[in-house]
Design a protein around this ligand. Structure first.
Ligand SMILES: *Cc1c(COP(=O)(O)O)cnc(C)c1O
Length: 361
């Protein structure tokens, strides 16, 4: 089976973990600090605060910006549930703005329609590894005095007009095993705002700067030194991983180029798309389920990100959401992701494109 995702863990990562284990300092040691400083350098922000998941990064970033009860936060519905769930954690209300058909990212024009006096923030998601339109979004934020929290959980190393994802507003990243780099479980917040960084650090550790003195309500969202040690090694390799994803995606797009009934990923010229996912739409008469089951039978793993937009999830329906967001709804029915991660070989890519050609003709 050609898997849809596969973390690359080498001897360096294994040795780094063993070193931490032998040192006896397995939490809150120097590794977390080093990882934060190296990741901030990588993204180009003054600060980074490491936490134990991407979800925790979103949650702590929202709280650090003072978002809570009575506030509205605009997000796309075509994303992983963590994006809007983290808004709910704070007591604020997620407000969904539809996406663009070509990039699958939040549509700036739809954002403007959703702004009310209660709007405090926008969470653009850089879906599949391609930045949202940060030029338009930053303008909207400036004009309306809104906070930007980027969900860059799929966009390590991605850029928009040469600037890294996670450096426009406050950035949030995940290091779950399937992401472009991993720490096992983990996440990080990137920001240029010193106050936000300091508050995020407190929120990560029960609201305390000094142990056993609590200035605010916080949580335990801390990253371990074991995770940070893996992250330090992975961070050195992430550009190489991304280059390999991009090469695989380009090769696949070339091979699939003239097949009818399949639309290939659109790359915005202003973006470096790091292909967390290579996502196509199938419009061929043959159903998506049929294609997936045939591909799987031929040993090709696939993914659907995401089969049900957030506003249509049972839990959100119970909360009273009944929006019509047609571009997201249609995307949910049509998308299929194909493997392009760094372990994929040319032979695998040829198998994928030849099989699809055969199935669709
Ligand atoms: C993975 C992901 C998250 C959550 O990260 P976890 O580390 O799994 O908590 C949030 N948003 C998006 C878009 C993601 O892909």
């Amino acid at each position: 089976m050609i898997p849809i995702a596969k973390p690359i863990i080498g001897e360096d990562e294994i040795n780094a973990v063993v070193e931490v284990m032998r040192s006896g300092v397995i939490a809150e040691g120097q590794k977390v600090k080093d990882f934060e400083s190296n990741f901030a350098d990588y993204v180009g922000t003054s600060y980074a605060v490491a936490v134990n998941s991407g979800t925790a990064a979103l949650h702590a970033a929202l709280l650090a910006h003072g978002i809570g009860n009575g506030d509205e936060v605009i997000t796309p519905p075509f994303t992983f549930a963590a994006t809007s769930n983290s808004v709910l954690f704070t007591g604020a209300k997620p407000v969904f703005a539809d996406i663009k058909e070509d990039t699958f990212n939040i549509d700036p024009e739809r954002i403007i329609e959703k702004i009310t006096p209660g709007t405090k923030a926008i969470i653009p998601v850089h879906l599949y590894g391609q930045s949202a339109d940060m030029k338009s979004i930053m303008e909207i934020a400036q004009d309306n005095d809104l906070i930007i929290i980027e969900d860059a959980c799929q966009a390590h190393g991605a850029t928009f007009e040469g600037k890294k994802s996670g450096s426009f507003g406050t950035g949030t990243f995940s290091f779950y095993p399937t992401k472009n780099m991993t720490t096992g479980e983990g996440g990080i917040i990137t920001t240029n705002d010193k106050t936000v960084a300091e508050k995020a650090k407190m929120i990560r550790s029960h609201g305390s700067r000094q142990r056993y003195y609590h200035e605010m309500l916080g949580y335990n969202l801390r990253m371990t030194d074991i995770a940070a040690a893996i992250g330090l090694v992975q961070l050195k390799k992430v550009d190489e991983f991304n280059d390999s994803r991009i090469r695989n995606a380009q090769y696949l797009s070339k091979s699939l180029n003239n097949i009818k009934g399949i639309s290939l990923p659109y790359v915005d010229r202003r973006c470096k798309h790091v292909f967390h996912q290579y996502t196509v739409r199938i419009r061929n008469g043959i159903t998506r389920d049929e294609i997936i089951s045939l591909l799987n039978k031929r040993g090709i793993g696939t993914g659907i990100y995401y089969p049900l937009p957030i506003h249509k999830q049972p839990f959100y329906k119970d909360l009273g959401y009944s929006d019509s967001l047609p571009v997201s709804e249609k995307a949910s029915e049509e998308v299929i992701s194909l493997p392009v991660h760094p372990s994929i070989t040319r032979t695998d890519l040829d198998t994928i494109s030849q099989t699809l050609r055969e199935l669709l003709s």
